[in-house]
Design a protein around this ligand. Sequence first.
Ligand SMILES: [Mg+2]
Length: 279
Amino acid sequence: MRILLKSAVLIGAVAMLATPAIAGPNDNLNAALWTQRSVEFKGSALTAYALATIRLDQALADKGWSALAAAEQGDDFRDRPAAVILDVDETVLDNSPYQSWMVLNDQSFHPKTWGKFVNTVTSRPIPGSLAFTKYAASKGVKVFYVSNRNGDLEDATRKNLEKFGYPMGGNVDTVLLRKERPEWASSKKSPRRSHVGKDYRVLLLIGDNFGDFVDGYKKTQAGRAALMKQHTAKWGKQWIVVANPTYGSWESAPYGFNYKLSGDEKRALKAGSLEAWKP
Ligand SMILES: [Mg+2]
């Protein structure tokens, strides 16, 4: 039995060595490697959710506490039931196998391959997210998932969350995807935050992308930095960020969200935005 186990480990190691060669240099290799294989990423995510747990308790004790903009939360929210809003991808569900597929095959994001991946229902929990959402639910806090996955991926998304036992909201629709309603056509999440805010006091926003917290994230790097500064007091309190170095609006900002540019053009603009030491 022991010999069998040992050979299984050895075969596993050889199989890893025999992984198909990478199609070419890919800018996302380190980012995918870090999120998928490093203990540092796992530790970082656990840290974010440990902080979120502390903030949840503080927020429950303070009825004046809200994570939403005034326009999203509305007036007289103190006595509304409590909720938290989490993004899904790279906040709750880890899609690093899709990222790694792109790296190894020099592919970029496409709705067709993404939909195919999502429908495999194989995304795993981001460390800390399951324990946090269960803790929130145990305190009577409604857990909402506000994601820019398109509405046609709702079944697969629900199945993936249910598979691990994420709180699903009972008779309340807590999975709010893009294009699920005509007024939710935009990737900007403010209308969906307002939808939750009218019935709940929203304690925390948790996400990996600036747009998970505030609209107006599709700006230049300087514009984004200014918008971030306006909300300085919220970071680490009402707003908790999970690290995602593989994609996000931070990556698109240097090339002005112009997805039609070629890979080389985007790369040149990204490199050009770096502040470099001049020896
Ligand atoms: Mg995300």
